[in-house]
Ligand binder design. Sequence first.
Ligand code: ZN
Length: 685
Amino acid sequence: MKSLWSDADAESHVARYASQGVNRDLALRVYTTRLLGGDPKLVLHGGGNTSCKTTVTDLLGETVEVLCVKGSGWDMGDIEPAGLPAVRLAPLQKLRRLAALADEDMVDFQRGNLLNSASPNPSVETLLHAFLPHKFIDHTHSTAVLSLTDQPDGDALCRELFGAKMGYVPYIMPGFALAKAAAEVYEQDPTVEGLILFKHGIFTFGDTARQAYDRMIAMVTLAEQRLERGRKPLIAATTGLPKTPAPLAEVAPLLRGLLAQDLGDGAHRRWVMDFRTSPAIRAYVDGAEVARYSQQGVVTPDHTIRTKNWPVVLPAPEASKLEEWTIAASAAIDGFISRYHAYFARNNQRLGGVKTELDPMPRVALVPGLGLFGIGASAKDAAIAADIAVNTVECIADAEAVGSFQPVAEDHLFDLEYWSLEQAKLGKGAEKPFARQVVVVTGGGSGIGAATAKAFARDGAEVAVLDLDPEAAKAAAKACGGKALAVGCDVTDPDAVRAAFDAVAECFGGVDIVVSNAGAAWQGAVGVVDDAVLRRSFELNFFAHQSVAQNAVRVMTAQGTGGALLFNTSKQAVNPGRNFGPYGLPKAASLFLMKQYALDHGKDGIRSNAVNADRIRSGLLTTEMIASRSKARGLTEKDYMAGNLLGLEVSAEDVADAFVWLARSNKVTACTVTVDGGNIEASLR
Ligand code: ZN
């Protein structure tokens, strides 16, 4: 592993933070914490922490010795000084006198000694940092180190490799007991440069930020070099892999459907998925012994809260045999759930039945012939599970290359998974109404489409923005925040629509709600209009809706968990405007298309509804159209736009809210909601 230390970068951190009143120690602590946190082979999603011991001046002007230690909720890769809250050091050190300390008391005591009461909770490994004397302490869950410690003879392997340079700490769950044990190991030989925590990770320390960091790099490099010696590759499976694997875009919705839970009354608890593959992942999932090495447990215990202890191993999907695959995959998932229930019951009994079982669904699925899926309640959580799974693949493959992978025993994994301080890392709070749902919006790059994409994202949905203009799609997706997907797509090209839906399924696992919004207005008196104009309008304002809806139904029926189709029709579909036949005729057909989908696919749990909007500034009306129409009517633009029964201008956001309402209303189908401020000629029954 290469050291990324640079004197120039270090000094620029010192200079930059000095202007914010941050001292040199903390500035350098921020710098090397970022170096460590930027490498997934060292630190991944909250695994790892750092500290430095320094002094600060409190409100009374007194100099206080503090431990600045990583606060929970901060990512080491982009940490700021606020992410390393200062805790009074002397009281922390005094805790060592105690024989035992309850976790909640430890957290409370640490909080009580923060200099700034608004700081995040100091790391659960704070006391380990406090009980060691060194100025700078670095802790990572290095993949290479874990590959060596996670072995039946990992202890001997590490002692032989690192020798007297490191101290060796047996596996103990993080907290007070581990902090005491680590300090005792250090004190037996204060010349050590760090500690190996078996089946957990590595600590290095030093007088300077650079020394602690350099020692981390040196030790990890030793581990990497050891892994290069006498390697044996994973044995590839010789049977069971398909000649023609089914495409990801077809497999993902089937799997997503199998994972979903029917909550009744038309509601489903769904999952979002994140697919990964590479030659290394394929070698792992296609391995002859994948059922053994993938099922031993996580490489370091705190991964369990993100990935559960083991992934579900699914059968390999053959292109022409997806029905059989679905049955076999369903059985594999049922097997996973039963195993999880048994694991919970067994370990909860050991603890006297005090725990409440968490949901038993897998967070990682291995699919031979294809790759792996991270599974989560959001695209973000799915990505975290997938990142950890990819890291696990490397760690276990390396462990198997030099021996055989064996992590900490099940009871320790359970204790960590059900540890209140670990669960607290996941955060609580009610989910937003569209959490776990994937929404596709066509014509989502601007106007009503962009407002609708944003409204669904605001309410927790994963959003895919389709637009003819890929740049507009990107901008609108960016405005949605999170992991919104942008796809450039001409919806009048059925192949492009199919490809766009495949891209969405590949990105999130499937589709639940589709807002078919793309449209454009053509004009012309119907008696003289050019046939080509009418046909072009039908392509976009009718056939594109059909093509979008057909693809939506294809994915939704594969999932088998219903779905919602939403069409943007128009006042023209109900109340024709003079010389607007080319626009109104296909829109009227689309209104009936909505009804036909409701009729034909209600049995599949797919609802079909429409919003009938009129006179939206950022909709189809261009600035020039608004100007000419208001002029023709002798009105100001404002009076023209608000020319409805309520005398109120209707915005794209008002239309978006109607789409959101329809998507939420599990018992509404074949319905058109009018959003136009009141136009009696265009009103429906
Ligand atoms: Zn750790």
